[in-house]
Design a protein around this ligand. Structure first.
Ligand code: G3H
Ligand code: 13P
Ligand code: ZN
Length: 334
Protein backbone atom coordinates (compact mmCIF):
# COMPACT_ATOMS: atom_id res chain seq x y z
CA UNK A 1 0.00 0.00 0.00
CA UNK A 2 1.43 3.38 -1.07
CA UNK A 3 -0.30 6.63 -0.21
CA UNK A 4 -0.24 9.26 -2.93
CA UNK A 5 0.71 11.95 -0.41
CA UNK A 6 4.07 10.26 0.00
CA UNK A 7 4.61 10.58 -3.76
CA UNK A 8 4.00 14.35 -3.78
CA UNK A 9 0.65 14.00 -5.59
CA UNK A 10 -2.55 15.79 -4.59
CA UNK A 11 -6.23 14.88 -4.78
CA UNK A 12 -8.77 17.03 -6.67
CA UNK A 13 -10.71 18.50 -3.73
CA UNK A 14 -9.00 21.87 -3.26
CA UNK A 15 -8.23 22.50 -6.91
CA UNK A 16 -11.87 21.84 -7.87
CA UNK A 17 -13.11 24.21 -5.18
CA UNK A 18 -10.87 26.95 -6.55
CA UNK A 19 -11.83 26.16 -10.14
CA UNK A 20 -15.57 26.29 -9.47
CA UNK A 21 -15.21 29.57 -7.58
CA UNK A 22 -12.81 31.02 -10.13
CA UNK A 23 -14.78 30.09 -13.25
CA UNK A 24 -12.15 27.94 -14.94
CA UNK A 25 -11.48 24.22 -15.44
CA UNK A 26 -8.59 21.92 -14.60
CA UNK A 27 -7.11 20.05 -17.58
CA UNK A 28 -7.29 16.27 -17.43
CA UNK A 29 -4.89 14.88 -20.00
CA UNK A 30 -4.53 11.14 -20.65
CA UNK A 31 -1.06 9.68 -20.92
CA UNK A 32 0.28 6.38 -22.19
CA UNK A 33 3.86 7.27 -23.08
CA UNK A 34 6.86 9.07 -21.65
CA UNK A 35 6.63 11.79 -24.29
CA UNK A 36 3.03 12.58 -23.35
CA UNK A 37 4.00 12.71 -19.68
CA UNK A 38 6.92 15.04 -20.37
CA UNK A 39 4.83 17.34 -22.56
CA UNK A 40 2.05 17.52 -19.95
CA UNK A 41 4.47 18.38 -17.15
CA UNK A 42 6.35 20.94 -19.24
CA UNK A 43 3.08 22.62 -20.22
CA UNK A 44 1.75 22.64 -16.65
CA UNK A 45 5.00 24.06 -15.26
CA UNK A 46 5.34 26.75 -17.92
CA UNK A 47 1.76 27.91 -17.43
CA UNK A 48 1.78 27.44 -13.62
CA UNK A 49 -1.34 25.28 -13.90
CA UNK A 50 -2.60 22.44 -11.72
CA UNK A 51 -2.99 19.34 -13.84
CA UNK A 52 -4.70 15.95 -13.78
CA UNK A 53 -2.71 13.18 -15.42
CA UNK A 54 -5.05 10.35 -16.17
CA UNK A 55 -4.53 6.69 -16.91
CA UNK A 56 -7.16 4.50 -18.56
CA UNK A 57 -7.47 0.73 -18.33
CA UNK A 58 -6.21 0.68 -21.93
CA UNK A 59 -3.16 2.72 -20.91
CA UNK A 60 -2.40 0.25 -18.12
CA UNK A 61 -2.66 -2.62 -20.60
CA UNK A 62 -0.41 -0.81 -23.07
CA UNK A 63 2.32 0.60 -20.87
CA UNK A 64 2.07 -1.53 -17.70
CA UNK A 65 0.35 -0.26 -14.54
CA UNK A 66 3.50 -0.11 -12.43
CA UNK A 67 5.44 1.83 -15.04
CA UNK A 68 2.67 4.42 -15.36
CA UNK A 69 2.52 4.90 -11.59
CA UNK A 70 6.27 5.44 -11.42
CA UNK A 71 6.01 7.84 -14.35
CA UNK A 72 3.54 9.92 -12.34
CA UNK A 73 5.91 9.90 -9.38
CA UNK A 74 8.62 10.95 -11.82
CA UNK A 75 6.33 13.69 -13.10
CA UNK A 76 6.33 15.35 -9.68
CA UNK A 77 10.13 15.21 -9.48
CA UNK A 78 10.42 16.45 -13.08
CA UNK A 79 8.09 19.42 -12.39
CA UNK A 80 10.30 20.39 -9.44
CA UNK A 81 13.41 20.01 -11.56
CA UNK A 82 11.81 22.36 -14.10
CA UNK A 83 11.48 24.98 -11.38
CA UNK A 84 8.00 24.46 -9.95
CA UNK A 85 8.45 24.32 -6.18
CA UNK A 86 4.94 23.08 -5.38
CA UNK A 87 3.45 21.30 -8.37
CA UNK A 88 -0.19 20.26 -8.11
CA UNK A 89 -0.37 16.99 -10.00
CA UNK A 90 -3.24 14.52 -9.65
CA UNK A 91 -2.79 10.91 -10.73
CA UNK A 92 -6.27 9.84 -11.77
CA UNK A 93 -7.79 6.57 -12.98
CA UNK A 94 -9.94 7.29 -16.05
CA UNK A 95 -13.08 5.16 -16.58
CA UNK A 96 -12.46 2.58 -13.87
CA UNK A 97 -14.94 -0.18 -14.61
CA UNK A 98 -14.88 -2.13 -11.34
CA UNK A 99 -14.37 -1.70 -7.61
CA UNK A 100 -11.30 -3.95 -7.85
CA UNK A 101 -9.60 -1.77 -10.48
CA UNK A 102 -10.28 1.38 -8.46
CA UNK A 103 -8.95 -0.28 -5.29
CA UNK A 104 -5.83 -1.47 -7.09
CA UNK A 105 -5.09 2.08 -8.24
CA UNK A 106 -5.75 3.57 -4.81
CA UNK A 107 -3.47 0.97 -3.23
CA UNK A 108 -0.66 1.78 -5.65
CA UNK A 109 -0.69 5.56 -5.12
CA UNK A 110 -3.40 7.16 -7.27
CA UNK A 111 -4.81 10.33 -5.71
CA UNK A 112 -8.11 10.22 -7.57
CA UNK A 113 -10.20 7.58 -9.32
CA UNK A 114 -13.19 7.52 -11.61
CA UNK A 115 -15.70 4.77 -11.23
CA UNK A 116 -17.73 4.71 -14.44
CA UNK A 117 -20.96 2.82 -13.89
CA UNK A 118 -22.82 4.93 -16.43
CA UNK A 119 -23.80 1.96 -18.57
CA UNK A 120 -25.26 0.07 -15.58
CA UNK A 121 -28.81 0.30 -14.26
CA UNK A 122 -29.15 3.34 -11.96
CA UNK A 123 -29.25 1.46 -8.64
CA UNK A 124 -26.28 -0.73 -9.60
CA UNK A 125 -24.29 2.36 -10.59
CA UNK A 126 -25.06 3.87 -7.17
CA UNK A 127 -24.16 0.69 -5.28
CA UNK A 128 -20.70 0.24 -6.79
CA UNK A 129 -19.96 3.99 -6.87
CA UNK A 130 -20.75 4.09 -3.13
CA UNK A 131 -18.45 1.12 -2.49
CA UNK A 132 -15.59 2.87 -4.32
CA UNK A 133 -16.21 6.14 -2.47
CA UNK A 134 -16.18 4.41 0.93
CA UNK A 135 -12.85 2.75 0.21
CA UNK A 136 -11.26 5.81 -1.43
CA UNK A 137 -12.24 8.26 1.29
CA UNK A 138 -10.43 6.16 3.92
CA UNK A 139 -7.25 7.29 2.16
CA UNK A 140 -8.42 10.80 1.22
CA UNK A 141 -8.57 9.79 -2.44
CA UNK A 142 -11.24 11.70 -4.40
CA UNK A 143 -13.79 9.93 -6.60
CA UNK A 144 -15.47 10.93 -9.87
CA UNK A 145 -18.64 9.06 -10.86
CA UNK A 146 -20.72 9.27 -14.01
CA UNK A 147 -24.40 9.64 -14.74
CA UNK A 148 -25.62 9.68 -18.34
CA UNK A 149 -23.97 7.91 -21.27
CA UNK A 150 -21.49 9.33 -23.78
CA UNK A 151 -21.40 7.94 -27.30
CA UNK A 152 -18.08 7.04 -28.90
CA UNK A 153 -15.55 4.30 -29.26
CA UNK A 154 -12.16 4.01 -27.57
CA UNK A 155 -10.15 0.93 -26.65
CA UNK A 156 -12.04 0.35 -23.44
CA UNK A 157 -14.85 2.88 -23.58
CA UNK A 158 -17.59 2.20 -26.06
CA UNK A 159 -21.22 3.10 -26.54
CA UNK A 160 -23.30 3.40 -29.67
CA UNK A 161 -25.63 6.09 -28.44
CA UNK A 162 -25.54 8.88 -25.90
CA UNK A 163 -28.14 9.62 -23.23
CA UNK A 164 -28.05 13.02 -21.60
CA UNK A 165 -27.78 13.09 -17.83
CA UNK A 166 -31.22 13.52 -16.27
CA UNK A 167 -31.08 16.60 -14.01
CA UNK A 168 -33.80 15.15 -11.80
CA UNK A 169 -31.46 12.30 -10.80
CA UNK A 170 -28.32 14.22 -9.86
CA UNK A 171 -29.15 15.20 -6.27
CA UNK A 172 -30.10 11.63 -5.35
CA UNK A 173 -27.04 10.23 -7.15
CA UNK A 174 -24.52 12.64 -5.62
CA UNK A 175 -25.99 12.30 -2.14
CA UNK A 176 -26.23 8.52 -2.09
CA UNK A 177 -22.84 7.84 -3.69
CA UNK A 178 -20.94 10.56 -1.79
CA UNK A 179 -18.86 11.18 -4.92
CA UNK A 180 -16.59 14.23 -5.09
CA UNK A 181 -17.34 15.11 -8.70
CA UNK A 182 -19.85 14.10 -11.32
CA UNK A 183 -19.21 13.38 -15.00
CA UNK A 184 -22.25 14.26 -17.08
CA UNK A 185 -23.45 13.74 -20.61
CA UNK A 186 -24.52 16.89 -22.49
CA UNK A 187 -23.52 15.98 -26.04
CA UNK A 188 -19.76 15.40 -25.92
CA UNK A 189 -18.41 12.00 -26.91
CA UNK A 190 -15.12 10.12 -27.05
CA UNK A 191 -12.73 9.93 -29.98
CA UNK A 192 -12.06 11.96 -33.13
CA UNK A 193 -15.48 11.34 -34.72
CA UNK A 194 -17.79 12.90 -32.19
CA UNK A 195 -20.68 13.48 -34.53
CA UNK A 196 -21.98 11.71 -37.60
CA UNK A 197 -22.12 13.94 -40.69
CA UNK A 198 -25.92 13.74 -40.60
CA UNK A 199 -25.92 15.32 -37.11
CA UNK A 200 -23.94 18.31 -38.42
CA UNK A 201 -24.34 21.06 -40.93
CA UNK A 202 -21.58 21.80 -43.43
CA UNK A 203 -19.81 25.15 -43.72
CA UNK A 204 -20.34 26.03 -47.40
CA UNK A 205 -17.02 27.92 -47.59
CA UNK A 206 -14.68 25.31 -46.08
CA UNK A 207 -16.72 22.14 -46.53
CA UNK A 208 -16.05 21.34 -42.86
CA UNK A 209 -18.64 19.79 -40.59
CA UNK A 210 -20.21 22.13 -38.03
CA UNK A 211 -21.35 20.10 -35.01
CA UNK A 212 -24.57 20.66 -33.06
CA UNK A 213 -24.21 22.70 -29.84
CA UNK A 214 -23.81 21.07 -26.43
CA UNK A 215 -26.91 20.89 -24.22
CA UNK A 216 -26.14 23.93 -22.06
CA UNK A 217 -29.73 23.91 -20.84
CA UNK A 218 -29.13 20.48 -19.26
CA UNK A 219 -25.87 21.73 -17.73
CA UNK A 220 -27.66 24.78 -16.28
CA UNK A 221 -30.36 22.58 -14.74
CA UNK A 222 -27.73 20.31 -13.19
CA UNK A 223 -25.89 23.34 -11.82
CA UNK A 224 -29.07 24.65 -10.33
CA UNK A 225 -29.77 21.31 -8.61
CA UNK A 226 -26.21 20.96 -7.29
CA UNK A 227 -24.87 24.48 -6.78
CA UNK A 228 -21.07 24.57 -6.54
CA UNK A 229 -20.71 20.81 -7.09
CA UNK A 230 -17.75 19.89 -9.35
CA UNK A 231 -18.93 18.78 -12.79
CA UNK A 232 -16.73 16.90 -15.27
CA UNK A 233 -16.84 16.85 -19.07
CA UNK A 234 -15.46 13.82 -20.86
CA UNK A 235 -14.98 13.62 -24.60
CA UNK A 236 -13.84 17.22 -24.86
CA UNK A 237 -11.24 17.12 -27.61
CA UNK A 238 -11.73 19.76 -30.28
CA UNK A 239 -10.13 17.68 -33.03
CA UNK A 240 -8.06 20.59 -34.43
CA UNK A 241 -8.58 20.70 -38.17
CA UNK A 242 -4.99 21.77 -38.87
CA UNK A 243 -3.74 18.54 -37.25
CA UNK A 244 -6.31 16.49 -39.19
CA UNK A 245 -5.18 18.23 -42.41
CA UNK A 246 -1.52 17.46 -41.66
CA UNK A 247 -2.32 13.81 -40.98
CA UNK A 248 -4.32 13.55 -44.20
CA UNK A 249 -1.65 15.40 -46.21
CA UNK A 250 1.06 12.99 -45.12
CA UNK A 251 -0.65 9.68 -45.80
CA UNK A 252 -3.40 9.55 -43.19
CA UNK A 253 -7.08 9.10 -43.81
CA UNK A 254 -9.34 10.80 -41.27
CA UNK A 255 -12.35 11.95 -43.26
CA UNK A 256 -14.85 14.17 -41.45
CA UNK A 257 -13.16 13.95 -38.05
CA UNK A 258 -14.93 16.50 -35.86
CA UNK A 259 -14.76 17.63 -32.23
CA UNK A 260 -16.21 20.07 -29.72
CA UNK A 261 -15.65 23.71 -30.70
CA UNK A 262 -13.32 25.41 -28.23
CA UNK A 263 -15.73 28.29 -27.78
CA UNK A 264 -18.20 25.87 -26.20
CA UNK A 265 -15.56 24.42 -23.90
CA UNK A 266 -14.63 27.95 -22.83
CA UNK A 267 -18.25 28.56 -21.96
CA UNK A 268 -18.48 25.28 -20.04
CA UNK A 269 -15.26 26.02 -18.13
CA UNK A 270 -16.77 29.26 -16.82
CA UNK A 271 -19.64 27.30 -15.26
CA UNK A 272 -19.64 24.41 -12.76
CA UNK A 273 -17.55 22.34 -15.17
CA UNK A 274 -14.21 22.16 -13.40
CA UNK A 275 -12.51 19.19 -15.12
CA UNK A 276 -12.24 18.83 -18.89
CA UNK A 277 -10.93 15.56 -20.35
CA UNK A 278 -8.72 15.67 -23.43
CA UNK A 279 -7.07 12.63 -24.98
CA UNK A 280 -7.79 12.51 -28.73
CA UNK A 281 -6.25 15.95 -29.36
CA UNK A 282 -2.97 14.67 -27.95
CA UNK A 283 -3.13 11.61 -30.21
CA UNK A 284 -3.77 13.84 -33.22
CA UNK A 285 -0.94 16.25 -32.33
CA UNK A 286 1.48 13.36 -31.91
CA UNK A 287 0.44 11.55 -35.07
CA UNK A 288 0.46 14.70 -37.21
CA UNK A 289 4.00 15.60 -36.13
CA UNK A 290 5.30 12.06 -36.66
CA UNK A 291 3.68 11.65 -40.08
CA UNK A 292 5.04 14.99 -41.23
CA UNK A 293 8.52 14.34 -39.90
CA UNK A 294 8.83 10.88 -41.42
CA UNK A 295 7.44 12.03 -44.77
CA UNK A 296 9.99 14.84 -44.87
CA UNK A 297 12.90 12.71 -43.61
CA UNK A 298 12.47 9.30 -45.26
CA UNK A 299 16.04 8.35 -44.37
CA UNK A 300 15.64 8.88 -40.60
CA UNK A 301 14.94 5.95 -38.30
CA UNK A 302 15.99 7.05 -34.80
CA UNK A 303 12.71 7.35 -32.80
CA UNK A 304 14.17 10.32 -30.91
CA UNK A 305 14.22 12.26 -34.18
CA UNK A 306 10.48 12.01 -34.75
CA UNK A 307 9.33 11.77 -31.13
CA UNK A 308 10.95 15.12 -30.34
CA UNK A 309 8.71 17.16 -32.69
CA UNK A 310 5.78 14.99 -31.59
CA UNK A 311 6.45 15.97 -27.96
CA UNK A 312 6.82 19.63 -28.94
CA UNK A 313 3.55 19.58 -30.82
CA UNK A 314 1.69 17.99 -27.89
CA UNK A 315 3.19 20.53 -25.50
CA UNK A 316 2.03 23.39 -27.75
CA UNK A 317 -1.47 21.91 -27.77
CA UNK A 318 -1.56 21.43 -23.98
CA UNK A 319 -0.42 25.02 -23.40
CA UNK A 320 -3.05 26.31 -25.81
CA UNK A 321 -5.81 24.40 -23.99
CA UNK A 322 -4.65 25.58 -20.57
CA UNK A 323 -4.27 29.24 -21.52
CA UNK A 324 -6.87 29.82 -24.23
CA UNK A 325 -9.62 27.33 -23.46
CA UNK A 326 -9.69 26.18 -19.81
CA UNK A 327 -8.15 29.22 -18.13
CA UNK A 328 -6.20 27.29 -15.50
CA UNK A 329 -2.90 29.11 -16.11
CA UNK A 330 -1.44 30.84 -13.06
CA UNK A 331 -3.85 28.97 -10.77
CA UNK A 332 -1.43 27.06 -8.53
CA UNK A 333 -2.24 27.41 -4.83
CA UNK A 334 0.94 29.33 -3.99
O1 G3H B 1 -12.13 8.16 -22.48
C1 G3H B 1 -11.32 7.42 -23.00
C2 G3H B 1 -9.90 7.82 -23.09
O2 G3H B 1 -9.67 8.56 -24.26
C3 G3H B 1 -9.02 6.64 -22.96
O3 G3H B 1 -9.01 5.88 -24.11
O4 G3H B 1 -9.30 3.54 -23.36
O5 G3H B 1 -8.26 4.09 -25.59
O6 G3H B 1 -7.02 4.53 -23.46
P1 G3H B 1 -8.36 4.41 -24.13
P1 13P C 1 -11.55 12.76 -26.09
O1 13P C 1 -11.63 11.50 -26.86
O2 13P C 1 -12.52 13.78 -26.58
O3 13P C 1 -10.17 13.31 -26.00
O4 13P C 1 -12.03 12.44 -24.58
C1 13P C 1 -11.14 11.94 -23.64
C2 13P C 1 -11.80 11.47 -22.40
O5 13P C 1 -12.96 11.72 -22.13
C3 13P C 1 -11.00 10.68 -21.47
O6 13P C 1 -11.75 10.18 -20.42
ZN1 ZN D 1 -13.80 9.76 -20.94
Amino acid sequence: MVNYKDLGLVNTREMFKRAVNGGYAIPAFNFNTMEQMQAIVQAAVETKSPVIMQVSKGARNYANATILRYMAEGAVAYAKELGCEHPEIVLHLDHGDSFELCKDCIDMGFSSVMYDGSSLPYEENIRISRQVVEYAHKYDVTVECELGVLAGVEDEVASEVSHYTKPEEVIDFATRTGCDSLAISIGTSHGAYKFKPEQCTRDPKTGRLVPPPLAFDVLAEIEQKLPGFPIVLHGSSSVPQDEVDTINKFGGNLPDAVGIPEEQLRKAAKSAVCKINIDSDSRLAMTAAIRKYLAEHPDHFDPRQYLKPARENMKKMYIHKIVNVLGSDGKLAE
